[in-house]
Design a protein around this ligand. Structure first.
Ligand code: PMP
Length: 348
């Protein structure tokens, strides 16, 4: 088979050779984490530590908050769902506000609960229009989701912008700042939502171990908020929502700072290489604070490029009709991707 990556990811794995569609950490996961999980496997007969007490304590220390200001979830996706159920779903007549393009799960979850979801278009530079946000606030608005840095654009919200949003917030609206990619951020003026929590009773911050910590498979994320919000979300959380292996993995991941550091370094270097190569090829992309790049499909449609890459064992995400999102990965992946793009865009 004429596929340079075949020896790295045998097709028997049923995973495509270059899975560049879901923004996992393509540099892998921490060996310390794997060892901790292996050790914990002998205790799977028992229920997990209730409410992930040990992990919440470790996270609280790291984030400078109290353990009872944190809820751990089976991925941050579960927490999005719990927030939606608690504040909007089932007889509550609440509505959701979010932005577009952004992470589609916010609206998908709303739809699943038959909750109206309004998507406010980002500006042409993919920034939040605070005035448009103010105009869209209704007496029925309960939740607003802001992704920072934003998936799929990689753009970010500054502290000033987030303060502007929070300052115009009526008491009945809770803002959820989803920081799934925050570890990758290098922009010094990117908003630090956790530091704003003491001043804003209606603010929730979401984090995940699925991206920079390399634990997407394990399903673990967390939310931080003031106690009164945490208490309300706990009302809809199941008692053992996060399995013990996931809790052990997350605790070990917090300890392995070296792995996180190496991941962030490798991602920066690989992103710069991908940017340089795309630039040379004449492919437009947007500067990104995440482990992904949004690229313009140019004279093609996003579908055409997506399908061509798929036929060559590379899976990327179509963001809309004209743009695609590529996850940053090791050299051998990116070189293959670039090679295939070159063959499509500039056949010799
Ligand atoms: N938020 C954003 C912005 C994401 O991109 C993702 C995953 N793609 C999630 C949340 C969900 O992550 P998790 O694996 O923690 O459920």
């Amino acid at each position: 088979m004429n596929n340079p990556l075949h020896y790295i990811f045998p097709m028997e794995n049923k995973r495509l050779p270059y899975q560049a569609a879901t923004n996992e950490n393509l540099f892998g996961s921490s060996l310390q984490v794997l060892a901790a999980m292996q050790q914990a496997i002998s205790s799977v007969h028992g229920y997990p530590t209730p409410d992930a007490a040990d992990l919440r304590l470790a996270l609280a220390r790291k984030q400078g908050v109290q353990a009872d200001e944190i809820i751990v979830g089976s991925g941050s996706a579960e927490l999005i769902s719990l927030l939606m159920r608690r504040f909007c779903g089932h007889d509550k007549d609440g509505e959701v506000l979010t932005f577009t393009p952004s992470y589609p799960l916010y609206c998908q979850e709303a739809r699943a609960l038959r909750v109206p979801c309004t998507e406010i278009p980002l500006t042409s530079g993919y920034r939040i229009d605070v005035q448009a946000f103010k105009r869209q606030l209704r007496p029925t608005t309960r939740l607003c989701f802001i992704c920072n840095p934003n998936n799929p654009t990689g753009t970010y919200l500054t502290s000033t912008e987030l303060e502007q949003v929070l300052a115009c917030l009526p008491a009945h609206v809770t803002v959820v700042v989803d920081e799934a990619y925050i570890e990758y951020v290098t922009a010094p003026d990117c908003a630090d939502a956790v530091s704003m929590l003491p001043r804003y009773p209606n603010l929730v911050v979401l984090r995940t171990f699925s991206k920079a910590y390399g634990l997407a498979s394990v399903r673990i994320g967390y939310m931080i908020a003031q106690r009164h919000l945490i208490q309300q979300v706990l009302e809809v959380k199941q008692p053992y929502n996060v399995n013990q292996l996931a809790q052990v993995a997350a605790l070990a991941a917090l300890e392995d700072e070296q792995f996180l550091y190496m991941t962030l370094q490798a991602t920066q270097v690989a992103k710069a290489k991908l940017e340089r190569a795309l630039y040379k090829m004449g492919v437009q992309f947007w500067p990104s604070q995440g482990n992904f790049l949004l690229v313009d499909a140019g004279g093609y449609s996003a579908d055409e490029i997506h399908n061509y890459l798929l036929a060559n064992h590379i899976l990327v995400r179509r963001a809309d009709h004209h743009t695609l999102r590529l996850t940053i990965g090791p050299d051998e992946h990116q070189l293959y991707l670039l090679h295939m793009l070159q063959e499509l865009l500039h056949p010799s």
